[in-house]
Design a protein around this ligand. Structure first.
Ligand code: MSP
Length: 510
């Protein structure tokens, strides 16, 4: 059977600095969405990577007295090490200095130039080197005679230089119609309103897509004085990594052009590039558009947005050392709503760990498996429930599957996990009410109770596995059964299965 495909990407990060928990958050969420889609039967792929060109990187390399390529190689190695530490596996690691990417982007540029979607002009305006972003004076904020970015507050420099432009105005009406007709193209919907207010209502301008005052970029073949603007270079990574414009474009055909679902996960500050320029680049090339640009808010600290100057940048390496990779990933996935900014407080990780993982899940697994091995030596056959509590518990398990999927399909992982915790609460409550420790002399009833609990734990472990695959593998080993999403509603799955001894899944943290 041909599986449906799902392709999710993170932004590719600038190697001009080290990654912080904001990047960890985005990457974790995208990875968890991929795991969810794989769990429910998709052929799912996940891309992350590095955005290695541009003026800022060139400056950084100069400051470090290093050749830019050497500098990015060193920085990207740190990215890869972080993802390894966090146990984030990816299908594609996209690098914009990769020769295939460079060739593919040059080929695209030539075609757009031939088709008159690109023309030569003169750019006069404001530029933020830190954000690699252009602004017009009317978009910028003026303070003490200087211009600042309305998004990041970084200082803007005036530029006046010969530049190639991409025709944006030509596609403006098409884009507005497209966004209006495709309600899931931009999630959450409030981003549509923000884009309308900041950009569409003022009218779009053609985009300057080349720079000639520095060298660190993809050279334009037709005019080697110019390098391609870093965003045109970077956005294309999502397709060049799949083989677009290259010798082997199997993956591009499968996951992009003919793929079922394509999703870009991005921080809100870069929604503009993904929701305006990227669709137009694709349209001008007659390529398929992503289904969804999923935008998330920022992770902030109690002192506000993280920045080097405030000294409040949280190093993910420390978190991983303190809590372990899976706990960190579970925390970001279950505690952050994509649609808003979220305040990060390290103390909450410990609290969530102790409450969700040690008490509600781990303890439930230990208690149930201990009761099983103390009282039974053979598998327990499932019996049709006759008691209201049993019936209700089974219904809760079935319902949890539906709600878990509903939330994940709406890209609300935090809500999906609150359903999981609800189910864990119900299972723990069931133990309190059934008092199985008093049933040692009624093994028939005890077997029913334990069978219900095993079925509940199985469901929990399947759900948790999208964020905590290794921990859940321990649970499946102890249960002596394999993970299978489709088996959640088969209550006789333990009929011939004899769980092993009890395990301590999560030690309480002091
Ligand atoms: N290189 C561009 C993206 C090109 S994509 C074709 C870029 N890179 S970046 O290194 O600045 O990373 C930006 C992304 O990192 C954000 O969009 C977001 O996903 C993540 N985050 C960076 N800081 C963040 C927070 N404080 N909170 C949450 N995510 C943030 O922009």
């Amino acid at each position: 059977m041909n599986k449906k495909t799902f392709y999710i990407t993170t932004p590719i990060y600038y190697p001009s600095g080290n990654l912080h928990i904001g990047h960890v958050y985005t990457t974790t969420i995208a990875w968890v969405f991929k795991n969810y889609k794989t769990l429910v039967g998709y052929d799912a792929k996940f891309l992350t990577g590095a955005d290695e060109h541009g003026q800022k990187i060139e400056q950084k390399a100069n400051e470090n007295k290093q050749d830019p390529q050497k500098y990015v190689d060193m920085q990207v190695k740190k990215f890869e090490e972080l993802w390894e530490k966090l146990e984030i596996d990816y299908d594609y690691f996209s690098r914009t200095t990769n020769a295939k990417h460079i060739k593919a982007v040059q080929k695209q540029f030539s075609k757009l130039l031939d088709n008159d979607d690109i023309y030569m002009g003169e750019y006069e305006g404001l530029y933020s080197v830190s954000d690699e972003e252009f602004f017009t004076p009317s978009q910028a904020i003026m303070r003490d005679g200087e211009y600042y970015s309305p998004v990041s507050n970084h200082k803007l420099t005036k530029v006046a230089e010969e530049s190639y432009f991409l025709r944006i105005k030509k596609y403006e009406k098409w884009l507005i119609d497209f966004i209006d007709r495709n309600k899931n193209f931009i999630i959450p919907n409030k981003i549509v309103n923000e884009l309308k207010k900041s950009f569409f209502e003022k009218g779009l301008e053609d985009l300057s897509i080349s720079r000639s005052t520095f060298k660190w970029g993809i050279p334009i073949k037709e005019n080697e004085k110019h390098v391609i603007y870093v965003w045109l270079d970077a956005l294309n990574n999502y397709i060049t990594a799949l083989g677009y414009n290259g010798d082997d474009d199997k993956d591009f055909e499968k996951y992009w052009e003919n793929g079922d679902e394509v999703v870009h996960l991005v921080g809100k500050e870069i929604a503009r590039f993904h929701c305006i320029y990227w669709p137009i680049i694709l349209k001008a090339n007659n390529l398929r558009l992503p289904n969804t640009v999923l935008t998330h808010g920022w992770i902030i600290t109690p002192e506000g947005k993280m920045s080097k100057s405030k000294g409040n940048v949280v190093d993910p390496n420390k978190l991983i050392e303190n809590f372990g990779p899976e706990v960190v990933k579970y925390f970001f996935t279950s505690q952050m709503a994509l649609s808003s900014d979220n305040i990060f407080d390290e103390a909450n990780i410990r609290e969530i760990y102790n409450s969700h993982l040690a008490n509600k899940f781990g303890n439930l697994v230990s208690r149930t498996l201990a009761m099983y091995s103390q009282n039974f030596t053979a598998p327990i056959k499932h019996k049709k429930p006759l008691i209201a509590d049993d019936l209700q518990l089974q219904e809760e398990i079935l319902k949890s599957k539906e709600i878990f999927c509903k939330h994940f399909n709406a890209f609300e992982a935090n809500k999906a996990f609150s359903t999981v915790i609800d189910l864990a609460d119900k299972l723990n409550k069931y133990i309190d009410v059934m008092e199985p420790w008093k049933l040692k002399n009624d093994l028939s009833r005890l077997s029913e109770v334990i069978n219900n609990l095993l079925n509940g734990i199985y469901a929990l472990a399947v759900y948790f596995s999208v964020a905590l695959p290794k921990k859940c593998e321990e649970v499946f080993m102890a249960l002596n059964i394999e993970k299978d999403f489709n088996k959640i509603d088969d209550f006789s799955k333990f009929d011939n299965v004899k769980p092993k001894q009890s395990i301590i899944l999560f030690e309480r943290m002091k």
